[in-house]
Design a protein around this ligand. Structure first.
Ligand code: 5GP
Ligand code: MN
Length: 353
């Protein structure tokens, strides 16, 4: 199967990848977008593409739907990011003159949250570059999509080096891509069994980046409140259901307020629940405005994507997924407990020894 999918139900007369690259070369005003609640891969991929495209003279606007955590707000080029929910007029005016739109790290228009109306209204060609399963093919003129990759950042490396060469990977681009790969693999602990991930990472290191410093910038910049929230979650809120190979943590609005919750403060908590021996699925439930957010992780073949998609209006990858419940925290916990009974067999049959 060819790597790039060109959707010919659109009227564009593009037949192959070199014609797509030529279209891109002719486009001067380019928008780069990503999914709501942007993570390290979303921001890293977007800024890497920003640096490459602006480096070859394009006028590039990176537009993200909403705010993202402090620990990824230091990447080179961060000051150029337009947050739609904070700078709506600026974002809208960028769409007015756009000639090409990139959609990075999401597989369906609705995943772009508050950006989706602008995307749906725009008749500019859109290209998805993404690593989630089941892409919404019909909404994009061009797609580079696979699940056989650690991250979108790894695909952006591939895309840039295919248009140009390894030489195009500057230190700034490499820093952004490294953040994407590192965060989407949990510092090379999952989604990293393919040698290509390490080959790309080695190339990034050759551009002179400081991987140790980058790791510290992302993982060692907790506020005291964030660390205490983690401690509280583990000592007071962790529920272990070994009989279902599941552990979960539920944080109410009151719990979050107590620790002066900031965007990103609950990031990573769910992984501690998964680190218990014998646990196959871990879930973090947090009470947000008008909904309960669920963050799922799993080990091995057990698919939390299926759980998020079928029961919590969400989705994601086999071992990392998210969703929402539109009810009280207590009801969401009860729903989860009921599902454990339903999924007991596959949960217990996941041999991870
Ligand atoms: P997290 O638990 O870190 O928020 O999300 C883990 C992964 O699940 C993300 O990388 C993303 O791929 C996916 N994900 C999170 N929330 C949603 C959601 O609401 N819908 C879908 N389709 N995927 C989600
Ligand atoms: Mn990703």
């Amino acid at each position: 199967m060819p790597k790039y999918f060109i959707n010919n139900h659109f009227s564009l007369k593009i037949n192959n990848i070199s014609e797509l690259f030529a279209l891109l070369a002719r486009s001067n005003n380019i928008i780069v977008t990503t999914h709501s609640n942007p993570d390290g891969d979303a921001i890293g991929s977007s800024l890497a593409l920003y640096h490459y495209l602006s480096g070859i003279g394009k006028n590039v606007s990176v537009i993200v739907p909403n705010k993202y955590p402090e620990f990824i707000s230091w990447l080179p080029g961060n000051e150029h990011i337009i947050v739609l929910e904070e700078e709506r007029e600026l974002a809208k005016s960028a769409f007015t003159g756009a000639e090409f739109i990139f959609c990075l790290d999401y597989n369906a228009i609705h995943r772009s949250g508050s950006l989706q109306d602008l995307l749906k209204l725009s008749d500019v060609p859109k290209m998805m570059i993404d690593h989630h399963p089941e892409p919404e093919t019909e909404a994009f003129e061009f797609l580079y999509t696979t699940t056989q990759t650690s991250s979108t950042a790894e695909m952006i490396y591939d895309f840039i080096t295919e248009i140009a060469s390894d030489q195009a990977i500057t230190k700034d681009i490499a820093t952004c891509l490294y953040v994407g790969i590192m965060t989407d693999t949990g510092s090379f602990s999952f989604a990293c069994n393919r040698p290509e991930t390490f080959q790309v990472t080695a190339k990034l290191l050759q551009s002179g980046i400081d991987a140790e410093w980058i790791h510290r910038k992302v993982y060692d910049t907790f506020s005291e409140d964030r660390l205490r929230l983690l401690g509280f979650s583990l000592s007071e809120k962790l529920v272990v259901r070994l009989e279902f190979a599941t552990a979960y943590i539920a944080l109410s609005r009151k719990d979050l307020d107590r620790f002066n919750f900031q965007v990103g403060d609950t990031e990573g908590i769910v992984n501690y629940a998964l680190s218990i021996k014998g646990i196959v699925m871990a879930v973090l439930l947090t009470e947000r405005k008008g909904k309960i957010r669920l963050s799922f992780r799993s080990k091995g073949p057990f698919s939390v994507n299926e759980i998020a998609k079928n029961h919590f209006n969400g989705g994601g990858h086999r071992n990392a997924a998210g969703g929402d419940a539109y009810e009280s925290l207590e009801k969401a916990i009860a729903q989860l407990e009921e599902l454990l009974v339903v999924y007991k067999e596959p949960l217990l049959n996941t041999d991870d020894s």
